[in-house]
Design a protein around this ligand. Sequence first.
Ligand SMILES: C[S@@+](CC[C@H](N)C(=O)[O-])C[C@H]1O[C@@H](n2cnc3c(N)ncnc32)[C@H](O)[C@@H]1O
Length: 273
Amino acid sequence: MRWMPTRSLRAYFDHNAGPLMHKWLHYFPIYQQHLRPFRGRRSTVLEIGVSHGGSLKMWRYWLGRRAHVVGIDIEPRVAGLAEPGIDIMVGDQSDPAFLAELARRHGPFDVVIDDGGHIPAHQIASIEALWPHVRPGGIYLVEDLHSNYWPEMGGRRGAPDTFIAWLGARLDDLHAFHSREDDFQPNDWTSTIAGIHLYDSVAVLDKCAPRPRPEHRKTGFPVFDDVYGRSHDEMLDEHHRRQIAAVGRPLRRLGRLVRHPVVTTRRVLARRR
Ligand SMILES: C[S@@+](CC[C@H](N)C(=O)[O-])C[C@H]1O[C@@H](n2cnc3c(N)ncnc32)[C@H](O)[C@@H]1O
């Protein structure tokens, strides 16, 4: 078992004696919950927005030495902050060509944390370019979504071109397997988003391997003779009938044994011979 730090991310932040870091305090439990599965594992973690490099060091410390941390930033000076286990590329998070080169060099990613410029259009450009390069089982976390409500960042409540509005469309996509509308059908987002978690200013999208159309089933015995005027015969599908028959068999045997113990025991013994 490899040694893993027992300190929480928040404790690391509070006692940070290294390069500057800037985080909203209510993000720490969110990080802790969604990053925990990657601790001690071989993983590639991308952070958009390096600033002084403090958070890159925090991820590497807390996730462990098997984590490969990659930071990107538009500010050229950050290139000098690379160190063993931490790679840095200089470029614009809204530039698809740069992001394609980033993914070619360092992808696929297990974790992406977007703490870059916080401009809604850039948040959208980044996730659209990088989502195909997130591994199934990985997560994509976008923070400081309050920028989507700030006019100076191009945000406004209800505006159609913010990341919040984009996320609303993904909530629809997540449910597209259940659509009854011709122009609302499953797409790549439908099949590769496993879940969406939304907090104050933070969204976390879970990625899965392409998932099939969900199935639903009924099991067990009806309690009422009919439901909403429909009889069991109308309601039970083939799978449910087989399930009831399968679980009912031992019960019927038990009933026979209680009613006719000698005959049933003889029959069972005869079958065994
Ligand atoms: C909030 S700071 C990052 C803070 C850092 N992650 C931390 O926790 O301390 C945002 C960074 O994003 C960078 N940035 C701004 N616009 C960008 C863009 N279009 N592409 C890449 N990085 C950008 C800025 O240069 C800045 O260093």
